[in-house]
Design a protein around this ligand. Structure first.
Ligand SMILES: [Zn+2]
Length: 85
């Protein structure tokens, strides 16, 4: 018997060195699997509770991922960094 936990790959935002990135994952990575971000950064997948993310430090958004993502989605560039969580 399994108890499935469903995770939307779209909401996976891996944090590397205090920056969170965007990926093009279409499935849940296995722990330790190398995943590549849209900016080209890569790292081994590590699953943690979201509380851990806040506890270590508040991550910043990777500028390159943001720029690429916005260009692809047709979202205008962000004005400054005011008001970002
Ligand atoms: Zn990035």
């Amino acid at each position: 018997m399994t108890a499935a936990i469903y995770i939307d790959p779209l909401i996976i935002q891996p944090v590397i060195d205090g920056e969170w990135h965007r990926t093009r994952l279409t499935e849940i990575p296995a722990p330790g699997q190398i995943i590549t971000m849209i900016c080209g950064a890569s790292g081994a997948a590590l699953f943690e509770l979201s509380d851990e993310r806040r506890r270590h430090q508040i991550p910043r958004q990777c500028e390159r991922c943001d720029t690429i993502y916005r260009r692809e989605q047709g979202i205008p560039p962000r004005q400054g960094r005011i008001g970002r969580p």
